[in-house]
Design a protein around this ligand. Structure first.
Ligand SMILES: Cc1cc2nc3c(=O)[nH]c(=O)nc-3n(C[C@H](O)[C@H](O)[C@H](O)COP(=O)(O)OP(=O)(O)OC[C@H]3O[C@@H](n4cnc5c(N)ncnc54)[C@H](O)[C@@H]3O)c2cc1C
Length: 386
C-alpha cells in the first residue's frame, strides 16, 4: 500500500519525481546498510559529505551559477523527506549546508563571498555550520551575548555558541553576534584562519547520534571585516535562514513517519498471533488507519507550503505551523509503530527507536514545539504570549 494516499505525486513534475526517486534509491543503497551500526557506535557514516555532494544534496535550491542545482522548493522538500526516511543526521547534514549556510551567504553575502564560498560548499570541499544558539539563550536567541567590535580592518569576536551541528568539523561557520550598537550581524568565520578559536563536542547524546554537535568558542578572536555578511542587520535575518531549515524539518518528519508506518504495516501483515496476522485485528487497523491519515494531512500541508514558497508567498507563521504539526505527527506515528512491533520494536533490527530518539531533538531544535505554538497564537490573536 502506498504512502501517497491522495496521489499528490501526480502533480509533481518529471524533475521533482526524479529527485525524489534518485534520493530514495541512494538512501537505500548508501545509508540503510550502514546507519544501524553508525548510530549505535555514535559515529558519522563514512564519506557522507562527499556522497551527499555527489547527489546534489548541498545547494539543491541554490542557483546553478554558484554550484547549486537551481531546483524548486517542492523538489527540496522531497529530497529532505527521502533523506530523513534514512536518518535524521543525513537530512541535517544536507539541510545545515543548504538551508542555513549557503542560503545565508546567497541572501546576505557580497558577490565575492558568494563566488568564494558557495561552489566549495556545493562540492562538499567546505563543510558549514550555523552558530546562533548560546548556552543561556536558546529560545530567546535575541538575548545573545556573543558580540564583536570593529577595529580598523578587523573584527574582534567574543562569545560562545552551543549545540552547533558540525562544530568540530566545519570549515566555515555562519556566526551570529551583536555589534557595538546591539545589531545582530552574521559573520562568515573560517575556522582555520580565525584566531583564538576552539570547539568542543557534546559526546553523550541519545539523539542525533551520527551527527556531531558541540560548541564554537571565540575569545577576542580576530578575523577580517570583509567576513561580515553585509546585508544582515537584525535577528530576523537569522530567522530567515531558520525558516528554510524548518521547512526542511517539516518535510523530513514525513519521511520518518512514512518509514515507521511502512515498517509497522509490513510487520502487522506478517506477525501471527492467535492464529492470524495481527493486521486482521481492529485495534491494529485503527493505529494503521490513523497513521496514514495523519501522514496524508502532513503531506498536504507541505505540498501547499512548497507551492507558496515557490511563488514567494509563504509566511514564517505558515512554516512554523508545518514544522510543529509534522514533527508531532511523526512522533505519534513512530510511537504507535513501535507498539505494533511489540518487543521487536525496541531492537536495532527495525529503525523505529532510532527515529524516536531523533524526534526528541526535532521537537526542540529549530524552534521548540512551544515556541511554534506561540507563533501561531500570536498570529491569530495579535497578542504576543512569548
Ligand atoms: C541536537 C541538537 C542540534 C542543534 N543544532 C543547532 C545548530 O546547528 N545551530 C544552532 O544555532 N542551534 C542548534 N541547536 C539548538 C536548538 O535550536 C535549541 O536547543 C532550541 O532553540 C531550544 O533552546 P534550549 O535548548 O536552550 O531550550 P530553552 O529555550 O531553554 O527551552 C526549554 C523549554 O522551555 C520552553 N520555553 C522557553 N521559553 C518559553 C516561553 N516563553 N513560553 C513557554 N515555554 C517556553 C521551551 O519550549 C522548552 O520546552 C541544536 C539543538 C540540538 C538538541
Amino acid at each position: 500500500m502506498t504512502t501517497d494516499y491522495y496521489n499528490i505525486a501526480f502533480q509533481y513534475t518529471e524533475e521533482q519525481k526524479l529527485i525524489q526517486e534518485s534520493t530514495k534509491s541512494w538512501v537505500n543503497r548508501f545509508v540503510m546498510p550502514k546507519i544501524k551500526v553508525c548510530y549505535q557506535e555514535s559515529k558519522p557514516i563514512p564519506n557522507i559529505t562527499k556522497e551527499l555532494a555527489n547527489i546534489g544534496a548541498f545547494g539543491l535550491i541554490i542557483p546553478e551559477e554558484y554550484g547549486g542545482m537551481g531546483a524548486d522548493y517542492i523538489s527540496y522538500g522531497l529530497m529532505m523527506q527521502e533523506l530523513e526516511r534514512g536518518d535524521t543526521s543525513v537530512r541535517v547534514m544536507s539541510s545545515i549546508q543548504t538551508s542555513l549556510v549557503m542560503y545565508a551567504i546567497l541572501t546576505f553575502g557580497t558577490e565575492t563571498q558568494k563566488e568564494k564560498y558557495l561552489p566549495k560548499l556545493a562540492t562538499g570541499d567546505y563543510l558549514g555550520a550555523f552558530g546562533l544558539t548560546e548556552s543561556n539563550f536558546g529560545s530567546n536567541t535575541a538575548g545573545m551575548h556573543c558580540h564583536f567590535k570593529e577595529v580598523a580592518d578587523e573584527i574582534i569576536l567574543t562569545g560562545s555558541k552551543m549545540w552547533i551541528g558540525n562544530s568540530s568539523t566545519c570549515d566555515i561557520a555562519i556566526v551570529w553576534a551583536k555589534d557595538e550598537h546591539d545589531n545582530v550581524r552574521g559573520i562568515i568565520v573560517e575556522t582555520d584562519k580565525v584566531t583564538n578559536f576552539n570547539s568542543s563536542l557534546i559526546e553523550d547524546k541519545w539523539s542525533f547520534r551520527t551527527s556531531k554537535t558541540g560548541e564554537l568558542i571565540f575569545s577576542e578572536s580576530k578575523l577580517p571585516k570583509s567576513q561580515l555578511l553585509p546585508k544582515t542587520k537584525t535577528i530576523k535575518d537569522a530567522y530567515k535562514c531558520l525558516n528554510i531549515g524548518r521547512y526542511a524539518v517539516a518535510w523530513g518528519s514525513i519521511g520518518i513517519a512514512m518509514n515507521c508506518y511502512e515498517t509497522a504495516l509490513k510487520y502487522s501483515q506478517e506477525r501471527i498471533q492467535f492464529g492470524q496476522p495481527i493486521a486482521s485485528k481492529q485495534l491494529i487497523q485503527k493505529k494503521l488507519a490513523d497513521m496514514i491519515t495523519e501522514i496524508t494531512k502532513a503531506q498536504l500541508i507541505c505540498h501547499q507550503l512548497g507551492k507558496l514558497m515557490d511563488d514567494n508567498k509563504s509566511t514564517y507563521q505558515q512554516i512554523s505551523m508545518a514544522k510543529r504539526n509534522n514533527v508531532k505527527m511523526a512522533q505519534s506515528v513512530a510511537k504507535e509503530a513501535r507498539q505494533i512491533l511489540g518487543g521487536m520494536g525496541i531492537t536495532g533490527e527495525y529503525p523505529i527507536m532510532r527515529h524516536l530518539m531523533n524526534l526528541e531533538t526535532l521537537v526542540t531544535y529549530q524552534g521548540t514545539h512551544e515556541m511554534h505554538l506561540l507563533i501561531t497564537g500570536r498570529d491569530i490573536t495579535g497578542i504576543n504570549a512569548i
